[in-house]
Design a protein around this ligand. Structure first.
Ligand code: SF4
Length: 336
């Protein structure tokens, strides 16, 4: 896929997302993502460029100006998150360079940083992790350790073995990486033996907590999967969504959840296997609006925005209205 440099004209620190990431401004280095995972719903957004990925060439400069202005007004956020619609660590030298520059910028400004990645973490990033260890909350996306799964669903991401080594390295530095198991593919990556194998490796890698969610389908995702997956696998996945209504989930009004009994059975198994390996399992509330809500925010907190902002960047009144509606749809979730 082609990488094109473009000028960013809108603010870098986006309005707070809702759901799991409510109140935490997010940063995306690119529009589109070079990983191009088969199930990625951000790929299907109408504003996502087709056949190329846009890199914001002026992102660092814009962000520096925004941080300076916010700091002067005493409105500096305490934390930022990466990877709401693109991976922070994508396989291109220009994206890697920008990722390191942006990380240096926000960490030096004293902000806490959470990222979620399925990519190769560049070597230049590790010294930053060591210098700013108390500000970093790393999260790694890993659904399965099967090479077949990787080849079929996310072949441009770092292979599971690389992600596991990165997890071990992060743990050895005391950074307490958590793992996002999303999207669970019904009938494929939720089998007991697959979960056992995954959790065994995660627990050996020092992981203490995972968040889990099943694949959600949207029309664009269905088209991608029909094009890019073997027909038999695609059909078997679709069966798990048969008869399900289109409904509003996170940002989209046309989303299908896997059948409730499949998810309930699967999540119970995740919890059971998690318990056996001493891992806390959280079920992503944003993508399971019909189940009791669980938050998988990267940081513990009390009230929604009290410990992430020195002063709320956005009006508390507006925030409260949105917050009341947080699980009925508005907001960004994570894709990486
Ligand atoms: S799922 Fe994440 S890593 Fe994969 S293409 Fe989408 S944004 Fe990139």
């Amino acid at each position: 896929m082609h990488l094109r440099k473009v000028i960013r004209r809108s603010p870098v620190l986006k309005a707070p997302a809702f759901g799991c990431l409510r109140g935490i401004p997010s940063v995306n280095l690119t529009r589109g993502c070079l990983h191009a995972c088969v199930y990625c719903y951000a790929r299907a957004f109408p504003e996502t460029p087709r056949g190329e990925v846009w890199l914001y060439g002026n992102l660092a400069e814009r962000l520096r100006t925004e941080l300076r202005r916010l700091s002067a007004r005493g409105r500096l956020p305490r934390a930022v998150t990466f990877s709401t619609a693109s991976d922070l660590f994508q396989p291109h030298p220009e994206v890697r360079r920008l990722a390191v520059e942006i990380l240096k910028l926000v960490l030096s400004a004293g902000l806490r940083v959470s990222f979620l990645t399925k990519g190769y973490i560049p070597e230049e990033t590790w010294p930053l992790f060591a210098d700013f260890s108390s500000q970093i909350r790393p999260r790694v996306g890993l659904v399965s350790i099967s090479r077949d799964y990787h080849r079929l669903f996310e072949p441009r991401t770092a292979p599971p073995s690389v992600r596991l080594s990165q997890i071990e390295r992060l743990s050895a530095m005391g950074l307490e990486p958590s793992v996002r198991i999303d999207p669970v593919i019904p009938g494929l990556t939720d089998r007991e033996e697959a979960l056992e194998a995954l959790f065994r490796r995660l627990s050996l890698g020092g992981v203490k907590e995972v968040s889990v969610s099943y694949l959600v389908l949207r029309p664009g995702v269905i088209r991608q999967m029909a094009r890019e997956l073997p027909a038999g696998i695609f059909r078997a996945i679709l069966k798990c969504y048969e008869g399900q209504p289109w409904q509003k989930v996170i940002t989209s009004a046309t989303t299908k959840l896997a059948k409730r009994e499949i998810r309930e059975r699967g999540y119970a198994l995740f919890r059971e296997v998690g318990r056996a390996y001493g891992l806390r399992v959280r079920i992503c509330g944003c993508k399971n609006p019909d189940l009791p809500f669980e938050d998988c925010v990267p940081w513990e907190r009390g009230t929604p925005d009290e410990n992430l902002w020195d002063l709320p960047l956005f009006s508390r009144k507006i925030y409260s209205v949105k917050y009341a509606d947080k699980f009925s749809g508005s907001g960004i979730s994570e894709t990486a």
